[in-house]
Design a protein around this ligand. Structure first.
Ligand code: KG4
Ligand code: ZN
Length: 341
């Protein structure tokens, strides 16, 4: 089935609203992808403050929906379904998006699809690269680091590995803070690292021992190693080689992520590796994944950076695939799958 789907994303600090159209061949066209972010309000706290994020969503919600519809030149009666992130995410933040989505679905008398945020990060790739074959997805964001087995976007997706402590993005943000870089730190480390030597400091590669879980991740030991390195220099009054620390830390993260993702894809018999989530915007992760996929004979799919970080198009895209697959819509008493900060 073809159709026009509105997607709403409010799991963290971005109010994202996307509009996509899916045709009878499962091809998705992006019509609008509007974002209102409260990131500047959180910067001085060094992390997302849930209450501040929820209030910002409440203010931005309807104006952002209106902007998306105006950009796409779409009227309410054109819309065939509403999709919304139902979790995982911050409780109060999700509630705003889910309540708004229910209201739009009820008012427009169209089906509602409550979707999983991680699957939406995977689904957004279809907006750029077309229908997705069975794939192994490396999903790396501020809240998650997962290896997902994705046979089909509308089918059963299984997590075959995850972080046992910090998420990759969280590690980037914490190390950036140690280095005095602004929040969110991932893009700043990415930029600083370009001027550094990624082999300057031998930081540890977490969970890569022969007896460690093959597809799980751990980044808290790496973060502690960076903290120790910085403290040791500070104690003796020596300058911190910020670019080298950024590059060496980044290399330790992306080395483990890409090695495990490629191994997982091969072991699961997948021909395609997909990267998604905010950390997939990282330039070194993208380059090393490209190199290792080429060596392993895997096709690599990575959405453009603006589609990797949280946005509404990813939710609309997943909703569109569910609509096209004839999936059962959610009930209007849909709850949220919330996680605390
Ligand atoms: O997917 P996302 O926008 O939100 C969550 O679902 O968490 O991911 C945000 C995370 C932040 O930790 C941010 O620092 C990280 O993605 N990030 C990056 C880059 N751009 C965003 N990390 C490394 N390099 C980047 N270029
Ligand atoms: Zn996300």
């Amino acid at each position: 089935m073809s159709g026009l789907v509105l997607g709403i994303e409010t799991s963290c600090d971005e109010t994202g609203v996307g509009l996509v159209r899916i045709d009878g061949n499962g091809r998705v066209t992006l019509l609008a992808n509007e974002i209102a972010s409260s990131v500047d309000e959180h910067a001085r706290f060094g992390g997302v403050v849930p209450e501040v994020a929820s209030r910002a969503h409440l203010q931005a919600m309807v104006p952002t929906v209106r902007r998306a519809m105006a950009t796409a030149g779409v009227r309410p009666r054109d819309i065939d379904a509403v999709a919304v992130t139902a979790g995982p995410g911050l409780a109060g933040a999700l509630l705003v998006g889910v309540a708004a989505a229910k209201a739009y679905a009820a008012a427009w008398d169209v089906p509602l699809y409550g979707v999983n945020h991680l699957t939406a990060h995977v689904a957004v790739d279809t907006v750029q690269h077309g229908p997705l074959p069975p794939a192994l997805a490396l999903l790396v964001s501020g809240g998650h680091s997962n290896l997902l087995d994705v046979p089909d976007l509308a089918g059963r997706i299984t997590s075959i590995g995850a972080t046992i402590d910090d998420a990759a993005g969280e590690a980037f943000d914490k190390v950036a803070r140690l280095l005095g870089l602004p929040f969110p730190g991932g893009p700043h480390i990415d930029r600083m690292a370009r001027d550094g030597d990624n082999a300057a400091i031998a930081f540890p590669r977490g969970l890569t021992g022969p007896r460690d879980a093959p597809f799980d991740f751990s980044f808290s030991g790496l973060k502690t190693a960076v903290a120790r390195y910085v403290e040791a220099l500070e104690r003796v009054g020596r300058p911190i080689p910020v670019a080298d620390v950024a590059a060496s830390f980044q290399e330790a993260v992306v080395d483990v992520l890409t090695a495990k993702a490629v191994r997982a894809a091969r072991e699961r018999g997948m021909d395609t590796l997909l990267l998604g989530g905010g950390v997939a915007a990282n330039s070194r992760l993208r380059a090393l994944a490209q190199e290792r996929c080429a060596a392993a004979g895997l096709a690599l799919r990575v959405p453009r950076p603006a589609l990797c970080t949280d946005n509404g198009a990813m939710v609309a895209a997943l909703g569109a695939h569910l609509l096209a697959a004839g999936a059962k819509p959610s009930d209007l008493d849909l709850p949220c799958e919330c996680v605390t900060a």
